[in-house]
Write a protein of this length. Structure first.
Length: 338
């Protein structure tokens, strides 16, 4: 990988631009000097002929995506004739706010999308995207953490469900708007409300009774879910929803450690010998190591849907029990201290 070039060294620049395109893409990972100024950048651009400027396009993109490129240089790149360079500048968190405001009105859709996803894009510029003809762009803008107030209210009334869903998931969305979205006919929108940590307790209690199990699951996983909703979900018809609700930190039984979801579903019992062996391995071996605790957190995130699927198919549960879990449990019994 080449060393960062000195903006004042034209010879090195010409040599660099005569090499392969891989050189340019690798520049994105370089640490550029903090004193890389717009005036020096202008000097570099002015030195080349048309052929050199064409090669500089790759160089521009590499500079535009680099997190160490200063704001004044990014401000110039935001006005580049090449839209791919403007996309890179619109995605860079160091791009000046006034440049982002201009990029949010760019004639190129991909540039506007990049600006809409930048968390530093001004709130009023994001609000200006509510009327953009491209739904994907409106979705990105609705999800932006800098979108607030009236902009979110407009996005929440959008005719596309993906846009309303993004607004429903945004933590800046007001309680009043979230309450309205909780009654949306699109289940993805209601799920966004159910997963939003800013959703009022009363709305979460309402969604805990939704006919869609994925929405009830989202409430069960929400750290802001009220105790009454979690108590109701602990009696849910769906096994996975019950287990996740009981694992929520705010659940009355949160202090009690859960069993192995998959093993409980496959064996049909929390107290089956296989399940007890796996719990012992978790508590005395996995839980005592950082990597093991990371595995436990990952397992509790991914296993409930699988366990629910197994519970509804006893024939498959038997295969998992005897073909997978029993050999593992036997091996652990032989290797773990009693």
């Amino acid at each position: 990988m080449p060393k960062p070039i000195s903006p004042s060294d034209a010879g090195d620049l010409r040599r660099l631009l005569s090499t392969t395109s891989h050189t340019f893409t690798s520049l994105a990972n370089e640490s550029w000097p903090k004193d890389f100024s717009a005036s020096e950048l202008r000097t570099i651009f002015a030195r080349g002929d048309d052929k050199l400027r064409k090669q500089i396009s790759d160089f521009n993109r590499a500079v535009a995506v680099n997190p160490n490129t200063p704001g004044d240089a990014l401000g110039e790149l935001a006005r580049d004739a090449d839209s791919s360079v403007r996309v890179a500048a619109a995605s860079n968190p160091n791009t000046p706010v006034d440049s982002l405001a201009v990029l949010a009105r760019d004639s190129d859709t991909t540039v506007r999308i990049a600006a809409a996803s930048n968390p530093n894009t001004p709130t009023d510029s994001l609000a200006g995207l509510t009327a953009d003809p491209f739904g994907v762009l409106r979705k990105v803008a609705a999800a932006n953490p800098n979108t607030k107030g009236e902009g979110l209210e407009i996005f929440a009334r959008d005719n596309l469900g993906i846009v309303r869903s993004a607004a429903a998931s945004n933590s800046n969305t007001s309680h009043e708007v979230l309450a309205g979205l909780s009654r949306d006919k699109d289940s993805a929108v209601r799920k966004g409300v159910a997963s939003n940590p800013n959703t009022p307790a009363g709305v979460l209690s309402q969604l805990a009774q939704d006919s869609d199990s994925s929405i009830r699951m989202a409430v069960a996983m929400n750290a802001s879910a009220p105790e009454d909703a979690l108590q109701a979900l602990a009696k849910d018809d769906e096994w996975a929803v019950r287990k996740v609700a009981s694992s929520n930190p705010k659940a009355p039984s949160a202090g009690k450690k859960e069993g192995c979801f998959v093993a409980t579903a496959a064996t049909g019992s929390y107290d089956h010998g296989i399940t007890r062996t796996l719990r012992k391995f978790r508590d005395f071996h996995l839980d005592s190591r950082p990597a093991g605790r990371g595995f436990i957190r990952w397992y509790y995130q991914v296993s409930p849907p699988l366990a629910s699927w197994i519970e509804k198919r006893p024939w498959f549960g038997g295969m998992v029990k005897w073909g997978v879990l029993y050999p593992i449990a036997r091996l652990l019994e032989l290797t773990m201290p009693s």
